[in-house]
Each structure stands twice: as structure tokens, then as C-alpha cells.
Design a binder for this molecule. Sequence first.
Ligand SMILES: Nc1nc2c(c(=O)[nH]1)N(C=O)[C@@H](CNc1ccc(C(=O)N[C@@H](CCC(=O)O)C(=O)O)cc1)CN2
Ligand SMILES: Nc1nc2c(ncn2[C@@H]2O[C@H](COP(=O)(O)OP(=O)(O)OP(=O)(O)O)[C@@H](O)[C@H]2O)c(=O)[nH]1
Ligand SMILES: [Mg+2]
Length: 456
Amino acid sequence: MAVSDTSSDRNVSRARLFQTRDTIAAVSTAPGRAAIAVIRMSGPEAGAALDAIAGPRPEPRRASVRAIRDPRDARLIDRGLALWLPGPGSATGEDMAEIHVHGGRAVVAAALDALFACPGVRAAEPGEFTRRAVLAGRMDIAEAEGLADLLAAETEAQRRQAVLQAEGALSAVVERWRERLVGAMALIEAGIDFSDEDGVPAEARAQARDELEALSADISDALADTRAERLRDGFRVAIVGPPNAGKSSLLNALARRDVAIVTDIPGTTRDVLEVHLDLGGFPVIVADTAGLRETEDAIELEGVRRAAARAETADLALWIEDATRPGGTPPALSAAILWRVANKIDVAAEGAPEADHRVSARTGAGLDALVAALGRAAGEALGAGEDVGVTRARHREAFAAVSASLAEALDGWDDLADELLAELLRRASDDLGRIAGRIGVEDVLERVFSSFCIGK
Ligand SMILES: Nc1nc2c(c(=O)[nH]1)N(C=O)[C@@H](CNc1ccc(C(=O)N[C@@H](CCC(=O)O)C(=O)O)cc1)CN2
Ligand SMILES: Nc1nc2c(ncn2[C@@H]2O[C@H](COP(=O)(O)OP(=O)(O)OP(=O)(O)O)[C@@H](O)[C@H]2O)c(=O)[nH]1
Ligand SMILES: [Mg+2]
């Protein structure tokens, strides 16, 4: 196909890669005390730095036990594993090395200090290893985003979705779409280039139009599906209800720890308290809130205001009532879903009040069923993480731009000049290319890598 794109961008990346670069080093395991800490290096001096602190250099890709020494005084820092991972077949595409040391803070600090004393070695910026992998063409931007999501994944569904994107599933879908678009463009452009004054032949135009309409429908479907994006954020549940109904007790029971203060004094909770739960593999953020009532107390009033605001923005509100004091009705809440939950059934008469769930935060009765139902509701709203889709605002913006260009082309199909049509399609193709970062890499690098931690 005649449309140019990736090769020139790839060359830019290659050129950048082969410029002289700093060698970066950082601890890639979580900071703080641990059994083992992995320190990684990447760049032209990685091999020399490894020789200096953990020589002699091991065979490529073979973990070897080495004394880790400060090259300035040969003092022993630790005994650990050393790896030599020569480029370009490394994660960053550059020469890389690793040492795996014992995870005490002082060990890591001394090893890093020794490395930074090696010529050309400096501390890595957050996400800098991954950034180098992208610039070397070992990973595209959408895959790097998937990797960021994988590092942040707290539940199984989030992990499934992230690893899919990290392995290139979104990039592949977008690339197939771009190929369809390019196919339609080729039909139009062939007409512009080779036909006489009649312009693009009618059959070619009609075929291009059919293809673009189908593509436009596929992109609209992707835009309409918000589940993948919401899976990254989590399903938001607000616990609301009258004072003293047992909202904080329910939060503690769901979290299985003593998160919120519980007393028999109505008006105990003022702030919104959040816990992140993993319910059946789905991320659920449960918020406990102040009991809703009229009050003169300025602090409590602010709590009530925050409670109402939280209920407004929740995906699901749990209206908690004290089953021993039936008769309340939930206010009109704009949460997507509202469930009525009768609490304290351990001491309440059977039957009343009417509720979707009957529980006792104190004894745990009914909680398994409530938790299972919450997990199902979350799964429905967030998807299982098994479909490729829009996972970020950045993708949504790009797809929306593509959609707008396609709509403009299709709306004006019979009136637009071939050149204008081709221009609209080219713009749509560029916007699609932005998702995987084939076009405008520099623009998105900052935005993507700002979310990474040091060492990744
Ligand atoms: N210790 C350690 N564990 C780690 C990483 C790491 O850097 N260090 N990773 C960091 O992200 C991940 C593994 N990622 C990797 C990604 C690409 C290549 C790579 O490019 N490999 C070569 C050939 C590998 C071989 O044949 O043995 C290649 O594909 O060309 C290696 C690791 C997860 N676990
Ligand atoms: N018997 C019984 N008592 C409960 C149950 N759940 C909560 N309580 C009691 O009800 C009282 C109020 O509980 P909280 O969890 O603080 O109620 P709350 O809805 O958070 O109250 P506010 O924060 O003031 O709005 C406490 O004395 C709890 O021990 C339950 O399931 N059974
Ligand atoms: Mg409370």
C-alpha cells in the first residue's frame, strides 16, 4: 500500500538509540526491606559497571554468584547474583546488567552508591527503562501503557486486561483498523493519481465507502464500551444511610479489618473512608460515609454533604437501614444502582424492613451473599478483562478523533473532492497511529511514563 508511515519513525528511534547515552541504574524491586533486591543497569557502560562491582563478567544470560564490591576500595558489600544481558536482545534493546542482592536498605544503598561511582552511570528516572525499550522499538506506546497497568494491577481481571495490552492486543486491533482505513484510502488515491478528469471511479468510491462505514461502526462500538477503562479505575460503591445504621460496621466487615471507628453514638463518621477490595477478581472501592440527617454541627454537616456527593458519583449505592428501626426510605440517589440493605438482623424481628439484602455486620450473616452480589455487579460493569478495548482517556480521545474524521468524510461523501476525502482519511489514519505511538511518540511519552515508578 502506498501510504507511508512507520519506517521513518522507526529510523528516528534507531538514530536516537545509537547516540551516546547515559547508563542508568536503579533498584527495580519495591523500595524498603525485602529478602532480595534487583538492581538493573541499562546503557553502554552497563557491562563495565558490572565488571567493576561484580566481576568477572558472567556468560550472557546466565545468573552467576559474585562478590559485590565497591570498586573504590574493594570492600565487600554483599554476595549476590550477577547477570549480563547484552543488547540488542535485552528488555531495553541496550546492554543491560543486573545484580540481585540481599534486600536490606543499606545493602541496596551501598550497591547503588558503588554503581553511581562508575563512569557514565547515573540514577534512572521513573519509567526510563521502559522509555528506552519504546525508543528502541522493542515495545510500542500502547504496550508500555499495558505494562504500566500490569505493575498497578491489584486484581485478577485487571491483570488479565493489562497483560493482554502489554502483549500487543490493542496495538494489533488498531493496526488491523488502520490497514482497513489505508485500504480505503488507496482506492481513493489510486483514482486521484491515475484516472483522467473523471476523478475516482464510482465503483472504487462505493467500495471505499462501504469499508469505511463498517470501520466507523467498529470504532463506535469500541467507544461505546466503557468497561475496560472502568476496570482500571475500579467499581465504586458508596455505603449511605441514616446515622447509627451500622455503615461503618459493614465497611469493617467487608474489609475484614478495623478501618472505621464504630460507636453507638449517631454521627460518628464524618469523613469519607475508602477501602480497596478484590471481590472475585474485580476491583471494588467501597466508601463509608457520614449518616445522612439534618444537623447543626458544622463538621457533621460537611460530612453529610460529602456523603451525598459520594452517593451521586458511585456506580452502586448501598442504602443501609437498621432493621430494628424500619420505616426509612432512601432519598433519590443518582447512583447507577441502588440496593437496600437491612442491617442488624441478628437482633431484629424477621421480615421487616423490605430490602434487597438482609445482613448482620456484627455476626456476618448475609455478608457472603452481599459480597457475591457486589462481585457480580462489578463484573458486569467492568468486564472480565478478556476483551481488547479502550483502557484510557488517551485511546478514547484518539478514537473519537478518528470517528469524527470518518463521520465528516462519510457525511460529505458525495460532495467532497477526492483530495479532501483523502486528506480526512489521512488524518484519521494518523490519529489511529497515535494509539500505538507510531506517530507523535514524543507527545505521549511524558504522559505515559510519568505514571511509572523508578526502576521500570
Ligand atoms: N530479573 C528480571 N526479571 C524480569 C525483568 C527484568 O528486567 N529482570 N523484566 C523486565 O521487564 C521482565 C521480563 N522482560 C523481558 C523482556 C524482554 C526481554 C528480551 O528482550 N529478551 C531477548 C531474548 C531473551 C532470551 O532469549 O533469553 C529478546 O527477546 O530478544 C527480556 C526480558 C519481567 N521479569
Ligand atoms: N446488633 C447489631 N449491632 C450492630 C450491627 N452493626 C452495627 N451495630 C452497632 O450499631 C452501632 C452503630 O454502628 P456504626 O457502624 O458506627 O454505625 P454507622 O452507620 O457507621 O453510624 P454513623 O457513622 O454515626 O452514621 C454500633 O454500636 C454497632 O456496634 C449489627 O449487625 N448488629
Ligand atoms: Mg459510621
